[in-house]
Design a protein. Structure first.
Length: 263
């Protein structure tokens, strides 16, 4: 496996063997040209309005950080010429990254994004920015910060759906309903929680809240981010699909009686 293959995948804690990239230690701050192949990462390109693979050029350079670590900076380009700057910190399992087949991992990866490039697509444009911020916080090692955005999305999509179908979000005394009660009412009428975990909708909110309120440490929060993020995206997709299907059936005239009267 070449180093470009590792850099083209999500960061992982597991070390993997790669083809050697240098024959002697690189001094701190010293630069070296690498022959590791092209790096390719997927981003949402606003110019293309789609998820695209952004590729690096043929020439890549690394800078020595320590005998075990090197820093790699590169610019990835979409086929439409939109670019994103990416930085990697690569770490070796051995005492030195020198060797024929060192075991390495990507310890950190940072992107310099722009209005033209995002981590997530635009299918849920109302929530795209918060999803993007959640992923950035996660990649920066901010477990609680990433969960704040996920919980905020859950609360907002539930409240938005309640308003759309006429479910009151406050009690008779004007105070907001407990989220558990509101979610139960909304899901009972609109089924915003996918059927695969419909019985655990409020449990998802509880998991997010535990992290936000400090019931879990940052390490556990980071471990839970990806599955919790996937469930939140599942809710957004479920709501969007339901809205699209409702619009489609209305265009077909389904759900109406002869003469245009609604059933």
């Amino acid at each position: 496996m070449r180093l470009s293959d590792v850099l083209s995948k999500p960061c992982a804690t597991k070390f993997v063997p790669i083809d050697g990239i240098m024959t002697k230690n690189l001094g701190v701050g010293k630069q070296k040209k690498l022959d590791i192949g092209k790096i390719g990462l997927n981003y949402y390109c606003a110019a293309c309005n789609d998820i695209r693979t952004f590729w690096s050029g043929d020439e890549l350079f690394c800078i020595g950080v320590s005998p075990r670590q090197v820093s790699i900076d590169c610019v990835l380009r979409c086929r439409c010429a939109v670019t994103v700057a990416v930085w990697f910190l690569v770490e070796s399992l051995e005492d030195s990254i020198v060797g024929l087949a060192p075991n390495v991992r990507v310890l950190k990866r940072r992107e310099k994004l722009s209005e033209q490039v995002r981590l997530v697509g635009g299918t849920n444009s109302e929530y795209t920015e918060m999803l993007d911020k959640a992923i950035r916080a996660y990649r920066d090692g901010l477990g609680a910060g990433s969960m704040v955005y996920l919980r905020k999305i859950f609360e907002q999509i539930t409240t938005q759906t309640a308003n759309a179908v006429g479910i009151a979000v406050t009690k008779g005394n004007g105070k907001r309903k407990p989220f558990e009660c509101l979610l139960k009412e909304v899901d009972g009428q609109r089924h915003i929680i996918p059927s695969e975990f419909s019985a655990d909708g409020y449990r998802l909110f509880g998991e997010l809240s535990d992290v936000v309120h400090g019931a879990h440490d940052e390490t556990l929060a980071l471990q839970k981010f990806e599955p919790l993020h996937r469930l939140i995206v599942g809710i957004l997709d479920n709501v969007r699909n339901s809205q699209e299907l409702t619009t489609t059936t209305r265009l077909l005239g389904w759900g109406t009686l002869e003469g245009g009267a609604t059933e």
